[in-house]
Structures are given as C-alpha cells and as structure tokens.
Design a protein around this ligand. Structure first.
Ligand SMILES: [Zn+2]
Length: 346
C-alpha cells in the first residue's frame, strides 16, 4: 500500500499530528491531486483548538484542510477533461447533485453538502482525492500562493459581488483574511468609500494596503453620522459586508446603513439581540453567504485577477508543512493574514 504524509486530527485534544496515511484510491469519477501549497483557514484553527463545534463535527482520524493548489497526478476512467500535470484547485463543498437546488444549478445551496477536510479527508496531505465535478482548472499565470487561497477568496468574491458596489459607499466589519480580500474586491469593482472596522491593528494596517478609505479600530473609534459626514456621505452606507461574527459590529452596521441598504453576511454570528425596526423601517436587505457559487464565483475571481485584482498583501507567512505547529501558532496569534504551507518539497 502506498502511503503519504498528512496532517491528521488523531486525538480528541488541541493540535494536529503529522502521520503516514494511505494514498486514496482513485474511483471512476475521481481526480488524485498532488498538493503543492495549502493555506490555513479559520475552520482549521477551530479543528486545531478542538472547540465545541469541532468536537461534534470532526471524526477522529480525519485528514483536514480544504484550501489548496496542486497538479493532477492520476484520473479515474470516466474523467476526460483533466490530464496528469494540469494545475488545479478545487471546491471544498461536495454537493449531492440530485436535490432541487443542485438540479437547478444552485449547487451552493445544496442542503446535503459534504465538506472536504471537515466531513471527508482533506488537502493537508501530499495527495488529495476529489470528484472531478469539484476540480477547478487554474490559470498558471496566477501565483500559486493566491491559487491556494481561492477557497476563501471565493467567499470574499461571493460576498463582495452579492450587491452592486460601483460608486457606492461600503462598510466592512471584520478585517480577517476574507474581510481583507473583500476590501480589495470592492476597491477593484469601483466602490467610492470603503470603511473597514476591526480591533486588530495589524489587520487594520493591511486593510489600508488593500484599498480601505478608512480602517477603524472600534476600541477607540466609532462609525456614526459624524464619521459619515467627514467622508462627505449624506444618507448612510449603501452596501454592508459583515465579516466579523460580532453582534456589536453588526448592530453598528445596521445603524449606519442608508434606507434600502443591502447587507451580505458571512461572519458566523451567535444568537444576538437585533433592533429589527432598523431592518424593517429602513427597508434593508440581508443576505446570508455560505461558500462559493459553483462555479460562477470561481470564474469571476479568476477573471478579476487577470484584470488587475491584487490580493497578495493578504498572504503574510509561509512555512514548510513540517513546520505546521509554527504556522498554526502564527495563525492563532492574530498577527497574520493568510498563512501558507508548502508541500511541493517533500
Ligand atoms: Zn444537492
């Protein structure tokens, strides 16, 4: 049996373990991918921490990770669109293909999604097995590190393109990697003012580099009518992107939207008290965002990069996969953007 190195959730406690596991067997419709680079997601940090969500979701023995780029190693006999050596990334949500939404082409709304690196073996390994329906062909002119982060860039793209931002004033709450990438996309797509809020000075500094008009530390600054006036705004923000999962940030956003404003919500908010009169009387639209549209989002992010979108400042740290403990420590410190693990040198 062929084996490979993989980062496995082997024990019910904090951490990950670099182990020797079997190389997956390629089925008829599968593509085996030799992983070149992966990037670390907040989800992986939850799995590392073994928090309540991870304990009830992650089976022990799972190879984790879902943000990756690699090259095709081997394909199943039904696969005709890919050949050995093709540069690929992939969609981390494996959908059922048979429900109403899947059949209608709204695969991101499938209720029976299986998550790569969450419910089935993932990408933090020398090889990853994916159904061909989930493989995305990559433009080799795009840097590998950026391609390895196409999954979160897709979350940012899905959020930022949910509502028209051309000439609009945009409020982004939360400057984690996805909030930062959404900032760059809103700038690329012609937003007027982009105000980004967070409590992490390191990330607020990155937000400025990615195109924020203002990056505010909410511990000392607030978004209110006075701040809007200082920017020459008259009626509130047209588009909101909630990336923080922080109820206080969301309440602040609701208070600062224009009538008829539109909010895309990606941050996972806990149950929280909301002043619904702001939503109802102000005619706000709220849209929940989960994952990426398959595959319109993948198409759009590729094309935006080809016409000048630059998200490279979001990528701040690089490690060899054997240094994963350091990589996770940087990620958990908050003093980072995207952290990359390299698997290309064995
Ligand atoms: Zn489905």
């Amino acid at each position: 049996m062929r084996t490979m190195k993989a980062l496995v959730k082997a024990k019910p406690e904090q951490g990950l373990w670099l182990q020797e596991v079997p190389v997956p067997t390629v089925g008829l419709n599968d593509v085996l991918i030799r992983v070149l680079k992966t990037s670390i997601c907040g989800t992986d940090v939850h799995i590392w921490d073994w928090d309540a969500w991870a304990q009830k979701t992650i089976p022990l023995g799972l190879t984790i990770g879902h943000e990756f780029v690699g090259v095709v190693e081997e394909v199943g006999s039904n696969v005709h669109d890919y050949a050995r050596g093709d540069l690929v990334s992939g969609e981390g949500h494996v959908v059922c293909g048979r429900c109403r939404n899947c059949l209608a082409g709204r695969r991101h709304l499938c209720a029976k999604t299986v998550g790569v690196g969450v419910n089935r073996d993932g990408a933090y390994a020398e090889y990853l097995l994916l159904p061909v329906t989930n493989v995305w062909p990559c433009d080799p002119s795009i840097p590998l590190e950026v391609l390895s982060a196409f999954d979160p860039l897709g979350n940012a793209t899905h959020t930022a393109l949910s509502f028209d931002v051309l000439g609009e004033d945009v409020l982004i709450t939360g400057a984690g990697p996805i909030g930062l990438m959404a900032t760059a996309i809103a700038r690329h797509c012609g937003a007027r003012h982009i105000v980004v809020t967070d409590m992490n000075p390191y990330r607020l500094e990155l937000a400025k580099r990615l195109g924020a008009t203002l990056a505010l530390d909410v511990r000392t600054q607030t978004v209110d009518a006075e701040l809007q006036r200082s920017l020459g705004m008259k009626e509130g923000f047209d588009v909101g992107m909630e990336m923080s999962g922080n109820p206080a940030a969301f309440r602040m956003m609701l208070q600062n939207m224009c009538h008829g404003g539109k909010i895309a919500m990606l941050g996972l908010l806990p149950p929280a008290e909301i002043d619904w009169s702001l939503v109802i009387f102000n005619g706000l639209t709220l849209k929940g965002i989960y994952g990426r549209e398959m595959y319109e989002t993948w198409y759009k992010m590729t094309m935006m990069i080809q016409c000048g979108l630059d998200v490279t400042p979001v990528i701040t740290h690089r490690f060899h996969y054997t240094e994963f403990e350091q990589a996770f420590a940087v990620m958990r410190s908050g003093q980072s953007g995207k952290v990359i693990l390299d698997w290309s040198e064995r």
